[in-house]
Design a protein around this ligand. Sequence first.
Ligand SMILES: Cc1cc2nc3c(=O)[nH]c(=O)nc-3n(C[C@H](O)[C@H](O)[C@H](O)COP(=O)(O)OP(=O)(O)OC[C@H]3O[C@@H](n4cnc5c(N)ncnc54)[C@H](O)[C@@H]3O)c2cc1C
Ligand SMILES: *[C@@H]1O[C@H](CO)[C@@H](O)[C@H](O)[C@H]1NC(C)=O
Ligand SMILES: *[C@@H]1O[C@H](CO)[C@@H](O)[C@H](O)[C@H]1NC(C)=O
Ligand SMILES: *[C@@H]1O[C@H](CO)[C@@H](O)[C@H](O)[C@H]1NC(C)=O
Ligand SMILES: *[C@@H]1O[C@H](CO)[C@@H](O)[C@H](O)[C@H]1NC(C)=O
Ligand SMILES: *[C@@H]1O[C@H](CO)[C@@H](O)[C@H](O)[C@H]1NC(C)=O
Ligand SMILES: *[C@@H]1O[C@H](CO)[C@@H](O)[C@H](O)[C@H]1NC(C)=O
Length: 535
Amino acid sequence: MSPKSFKLSALVVLAGWLPLISAAPASNGGDSTCRKTSVAILGAGMAGITAAQALHNASVSDFVIIEYQDRIGGRAWHGDFGKKADGSPYVVEYGCNWIQGLGNTGGPQNPVDLLAQKYHLANTYSDYDSILTYDETGYSNYTDLIDEYSDAYDTAAAKAGRFLVQNLQDETMRAGLSLAGWNPRHSDMKKQAAEWWNWDWEAGYSPEESSFVFGVAGDNLTFNQFGDANNFVIDQRGYSAIITGEASTFLAKDDPRLLLNTQVTNISYSDSGVTIYNHDGSCVSAAYAITTFSLGVLQRDTIRFSPELPQWKKRAIQNFAMGTYTKIFLQFNETFWPEDTQYFLYASPNTRGYYPVWQSLSTEGFMPGSNIIFATVVDDESYRIERQTDQETKAEAMEVLRQMFPNITIPEPIAFTYPRWTSEPWSYGSYSNWPPGTTLLAHQNLRANTGRLWFAGEATSAEYFGFLHGAWFEGREAGAQVAALLQGRPCVQYGDDRLCGERIHYETLTGTSPLSQYSILNGWAVSSLYDGGDD
Ligand SMILES: Cc1cc2nc3c(=O)[nH]c(=O)nc-3n(C[C@H](O)[C@H](O)[C@H](O)COP(=O)(O)OP(=O)(O)OC[C@H]3O[C@@H](n4cnc5c(N)ncnc54)[C@H](O)[C@@H]3O)c2cc1C
Ligand SMILES: *[C@@H]1O[C@H](CO)[C@@H](O)[C@H](O)[C@H]1NC(C)=O
Ligand SMILES: *[C@@H]1O[C@H](CO)[C@@H](O)[C@H](O)[C@H]1NC(C)=O
Ligand SMILES: *[C@@H]1O[C@H](CO)[C@@H](O)[C@H](O)[C@H]1NC(C)=O
Ligand SMILES: *[C@@H]1O[C@H](CO)[C@@H](O)[C@H](O)[C@H]1NC(C)=O
Ligand SMILES: *[C@@H]1O[C@H](CO)[C@@H](O)[C@H](O)[C@H]1NC(C)=O
Ligand SMILES: *[C@@H]1O[C@H](CO)[C@@H](O)[C@H](O)[C@H]1NC(C)=O
């Protein structure tokens, strides 16, 4: 299909909504009392701030950013934890923590890495080879299983590429791995731990719950294209410093265009405008709106859309998955674990994913002398500990540490905390994942606009879902396209690609998407088949 015929089908579909849309203004009785603006940006995380910057760059200065919380940054969220020798607290990241995909020379650079350099964000290379492995009896070397997984993964990744090119039915990551020779028994807890370290830790979901084709493609696009390194952010201003820094390039201090502490409750949209109603009774009437709310927020149905979102949009929202990733922080009065090692992998004898990865912040290059270590759990284990008290979770974590270090008398922690992402009403989860059996066109429906309401954010990125840079790319594209529509410019140029007008959506989805549909029109700007690595 040529880009032209895509546009045609989008127009046809649009005409189909018109009766619905023209009914909408009647319900917007409060319009005249609402604050007027050209673009309402919903959310001040990475996507919202980048969308606003794209508008600013295109000389659109008439926008309003509406944000639930009292701060910019969204899921780039940090807090004070424990204390230093002088009594002041450390700053730890509850949300995003790594700059992911960097290190290739000469190739395209991850935009988040560029921002990290611009703002001198303190970060340290995460050395995944700096790992010791444990089970319930203490230290037990099973790093060979990590290597065994990696070999099978490489075989599987190449096959996922053939699936994509030949338009073959997606399968689970589990099937992809099993057929490539990695097929661990449920009772083999060391293999399960090695697998968790390699897969669940990044995806936030098990291989059973993840798409084979898009899981591998996403991995390729970040780690082959930009580089395979991950750097861990330790900046005491917080990771959000790059977002507040960019915001300050176009927003004044106390800029009246930024509404903090304002919770959106209702969104009324049509083909001629969007009205946003807030919990405090205020409203904003805009020519266009860009929502950057997380997939979790959209899935929970806490925002009332008028008219109701169309079926194709509702299906897209419920078909993609919002994962939860929980970091559990402990500070001690001493560092009793091997101080020169970054990672400690624990294989529970009973439960896969039970306090599996421990990460030392006391190590040189991180926060030496902090005596802070943190464990990570995801998915069902996250939901389980979110239902527990801090005391219950602390007792479990301590029991695991005692198993890992049986010959050490481990002191009680002097500080303990973990965020409960699934219950945060401004996020309802951590980041998105593609379940098995999805297609690119199914995902395009998540990105497509409904009338003048546009959608952006981490989850709308087909290529970088789950990552901070995904939110950046999606914010930029939505902002630039809305600016073009407002200014009556037909198209926006992205390198060799052009984007014109509204986004496409698909009323009917079939099981697969042919290679010809992997284009920027469906959110696919770069091929995942490319092996950009210089190492
Ligand atoms: C635990 C965790 C670990 C992660 N690790 C990494 C990592 O290491 N590397 C990486 O690249 N990425 C990581 N991510 C992902 C990264 O944080 C996100 O992709 C990115 O921050 C999402 O940005 P966004 O703008 O799309 O959404 P958000 O940051 O969620 O922004 C949306 C904004 O909308 C606001 N909002 C929501 N509801 C309403 C409402 N009703 N009214 C008004 N405002 C509302 C929210 O408060 C928020 O500020 C991690 C995320 C989490 C949670
Ligand atoms: C806006 O322009 C500045 C300056 O050229 C650039 O650094 C920034 O990346 C642009 N932002 C977006 C979202 O396009
Ligand atoms: C663990 O075992 C592997 C071989 O399987 C070996 O190469 C490695 O050096 C061992 N690690 C340690 C810390 O002894
Ligand atoms: C992932 O990258 C590898 C090269 O490293 C390639 O062989 C494979 O086809 C790619 N897979 C997908 C799904 O893009
Ligand atoms: C917003 O939606 C709620 C239901 O969730 C409804 O009761 C209320 O009237 C709506 N408010 C506006 C201003 O549309
Ligand atoms: C722990 O103690 C046991 C018995 O006391 C001993 O066999 C084992 O080697 C010790 N382990 C370590 C890591 O020191
Ligand atoms: C830490 O506290 C324990 C008691 O809980 C104590 O035995 C130990 O000496 C303390 N370590 C340091 C370095 O003060």
